[in-house]
Design a protein around this ligand. Structure first.
Ligand code: ZN
Ligand code: ZN
Ligand code: ZN
Ligand code: ZN
Length: 319
């Protein structure tokens, strides 16, 4: 696939070159983004759709995982990567709640942190008390997804270091978002569990699209860091690559199907152009088996001749 690659722009956070990434959107449309893994920032050009296929999400998350924890402190003011004018904060209302981004006033695009981008797409959720106990049982601590900071007050909603909302990966939502390609949900066997992940409490196999708690040991599925996502990406990627578009048909199929169809002749096209094809006739050639009785040309001619005969008779009678 040929993709027009612009010159690398500088990251508005650290001024290092942004990484250009081409992601698969819905129906294999290419979505181009630029990101800085060190600052956990993504830049979307104006009008660039964020509707990614499952494979697009795998590609984006893998690029994000180059540096799972960002130590970068973002400057309070950041500039557009295209025109270098100051970006302004905007709040978006999405179906998953509020989200924020930085936008260029000239319409060049939007800058988002990884956390806010994932939250906007509904892939993150609020922290529950049970999450903290699950993490404690695993010997982990709750981390800010954006900057990795760990010492937060139990009721804190925002990270005191980077001011990002404190959220966790919504594992069933993410797993479901990953299982889509070519506009279709992946067709899986009803009882298959191809994304099986093992419970961090007892090792039992869990289905990440549906189970948030282990039925065997009650341990919760709690992912408060980006690195937890990696085994899910490894499990889903081969399934996505194997998925073919549903409507894909070999070349020439349509041509062969239309052979012997009267509508494919030049004469038919001429009649249609001159408005000489009645809807009934068109329908008859489309569905010969359910065509209504023919009230075509012969009937019209017969009526016309009849009318002429009547008029002629009336004229001669008067005379
Ligand atoms: Zn950066
Ligand atoms: Zn701009
Ligand atoms: Zn933080
Ligand atoms: Zn378990």
């Amino acid at each position: 696939m040929y993709v027009n690659v612009p010159a690398p722009a500088a990251c508005p956070g650290c001024q290092q070159p942004l990484r250009h990434v081409v992601l698969e959107g819905h129906y294999a449309k290419a979505v181009q983004v630029e990101l800085c893994a060190a600052c956990h920032l993504v830049w979307f050009d104006a009008f660039e759709s964020v509707r990614l296929s499952g494979l697009g999400w795998v590609q984006l998350l893998r690029a994000m995982l180059q540096q799972p924890v960002s130590q970068a402190v973002l400057p309070p003011k950041m500039a557009c990567v295209r025109c270098h004018s100051a970006l302004v904060g905007v709040h978006n209302q999405t179906r998953f709640g509020h989200s924020a981004a930085m936008e260029c006033r000239q319409g060049h695009g939007q800058l988002q942190t990884f956390t806010l981008l994932l939250a906007e797409r509904g892939l993150l959720r609020a922290v529950l008390p049970v999450d903290r106990s699950s993490l404690a049982a695993e010997g982990r601590v709750f981390q800010c997804l954006q900057c990795g900071a760990a010492d937060h007050a139990p009721q804190a909603k925002e990270c005191v270091y980077c001011e990002s909302p404190l959220l966790m990966v919504d594992v069933p939502r993410l797993a479901s978002a990953l299982l889509v390609r070519h506009g279709d949900v992946l067709q899986l066997e009803p009882d298959a569990n191809p994304l099986a992940l093992s419970c961090r409490g007892c090792g039992q196999s869990l289905n990440p699209t549906a189970q948030t708690q282990c039925p065997n040991c009650d341990h919760g599925v709690a992912w408060s860091d980006l690195a937890s996502v990696r085994p899910l990406l490894d499990a889903v990627e081969p399934l996505l690559l194997a998925q073919q578009p549903r409507e894909a048909r070999p070349w020439g199929t349509r041509l062969r199907e239309r052979q012997g169809d009267p509508r494919e002749t030049q004469f038919y096209r001429f009649l249609k152009h001159a408005n000489l094809v009645s809807p009934a006739q068109e329908n008859a050639s489309l569905h010969p088996e359910e065509a209504p009785p023919d009230l075509g040309w012969s009937t019209v001619w017969q009526l016309l001749v009849l009318v002429l005969v009547v008029l002629f008779t009336m004229a001669t009678c008067r005379g």
